[in-house]
Design a protein around this ligand. Sequence first.
Ligand code: MSP
Length: 637
Amino acid sequence: MSENKTYYITTPIYYPSDNFHIGHCYTTVTADALARYKKLKGYDVYFLTGSDEHGQKIEDRAKKAGCTPKEFIDPIIDNAKDLWKSLDINYDKFIRTTDEEHVACVQKIMQKLYDQGDIYKGAYEGWYCTPCESFWTESQLVDGKCPDCGREVKLMKEDAYFLKLSKYQPQLEAYLKEHPELMQPETRYNEMYNNFLKPGLKDLCVSRTSVKWGIPVTFDPEQTVYVWVDALSNYISALGYLSDDDSLFQKYWPANLHLVGKEIFRFHTIIWPIMLMALNIPLPQKVYGHGWLTIGGGKISKSKGNYKDPREFVKDYGVDAVRYFLLSEVPFGSDGNFSELLMVERRNSDLCNVLGNLVNRTISMANKYFGGTVSKNVNLTDLDKEVIAYLEAMDKEVDEKVEALNIPNALSLIFDRLQRLNKYIDETEPWKLAKDEASLPRLNDVLYTILEGVRLCAVELEAFIPSTVANIYRQLNVEGSSFANNQFGNTDSYKVVEKPEILFARIDEKELAKKLEEAEKEAAAPVIEHLPEIGIEDFAKVEMTVGEVKESKKHEKADKLLVSKIDIGNGEIRQIVSGIAEHVKPEEFVGKKVIVVTNLKPVKIRGVDSEGMVVCAENGKEIEVITSSLPVGSKLR
Ligand code: MSP
């Protein structure tokens, strides 16, 4: 017996988070659909997902929570697994970078690369915050200070190991020339070439001493493995690479597809291939860099208030409405927009009106006219032949689109067929045929064509909306359906359920739009969080004076800051640095009479002296400078 062809597909491993949003679900649902599709097509599939658990951030969050990093992460991972379950994600393995096998594998990889001279000792330079024991890059600093605690940072160096990316650049470039298909969509190649390869690759820092929560480096126990070598190795450690049992690695490697978001594409198409070249193992066949799901063109994030736990959508609209939206709405490779209303519109128009309605009508008619039993069609009209040919062409067309990873187009090819079947009902008018005894054989043939058409479409849809398809199979009583028997006419006769079960009940879009609008208004209202009570004597300590802005310009080193000269009365001019440059133009600021806190201790902000503070109102999004029409020097009480 010949062995099935293998298909190894991966998602990125996710940073542990309690706030996975609908955007995070996009990669995983897509990978799940592809894995299911390949399995149904007869491939021996291995689908890997997991979590990326090391690093300073986790260590800090655990410290704050008063537990060890592992104790902190475990419930988060359980929660992530529950989310994937709610979306019918059917992975073969969930790898955690804290798994013993992964740790051992990464240590062996580092040691091997070190032994063969591809890793060398150097120095990592960055801005260090001593109390937080953290290094920051220049761009991470806030007003030149530690972004976590706001304290001073200093430029420091620490010993670290580096991977010789530069050594492998020529080999990688030659490989990419021969295998442009590695980078998908291929248009991303130019971006990688112009931004990273052309300027020349810099060696990569692969270990650190200041980050304690990481995999210890065997040849220098002071150091832990840093970010990408740890994370990327999951794709082979999960298969037992360099372990006593590497049978999965032998069977499934190289990966057929790494599915990743566009922001981590370069790590997967430059660093990862170089690691594999250095380890002398084959490169993956394809890395697909997909676009992001956005809300109103912007990022989805909890802090922006546009976050909703995807499980709420599953609860309200059904798992397949969420899967269908993610799979059909985002043009693959580009960004796509998400809104709850759009998801419901798609659900109503496609799943409810086209698919659900067709299944429902057909089952009702089969019951009404033939007690649920429909036998194979005998006499085919030209119309039947045309519809059947159209249905029979579907499998190949869909397969081509899925192979090209264009799932939205694959789905629309299937929905075109479902639409065609709805039209076929209008054309054949079964209710008229039913009136005439002599037309009953024709009515049987018409219903068979529709039932068989629905079945063929369901087979094509199974990977994408599996629970709905299982329901359709059950209602049509064709549970054994698969790609192996999806030729038209494979079903001898139908005996459908007596009462059709509604697949997707219609949701009132107008009502939902109103509800969402109200919720948005509520979310936009500023959250009132009160500070602890103070006495009037505390308030009296703050001296606030009306001042007039005489000069104002942007801070030379910080886009968000304005440096202004403000007259506070008695000829006294104060220089004040304020974080309002994104809200107020310097030329518009000049001449305004503002409120200044005049007894604030002077400080240096990004190297510039600031002697006071301008009072503003803010709601998290907007900032407004408070003004007064009283003369300069007036006091606030
Ligand atoms: N841990 C790294 C990956 C290491 S892989 C060796 C990481 N994790 S992540 O949790 O930040 O992101 C995981 C995946 O979710 C990425 O592919 C990312 O692109 C994807 N998405 C996160 N937000 C997204 C959207 N809004 N839309 C689509 N995908 C998004 O990166």
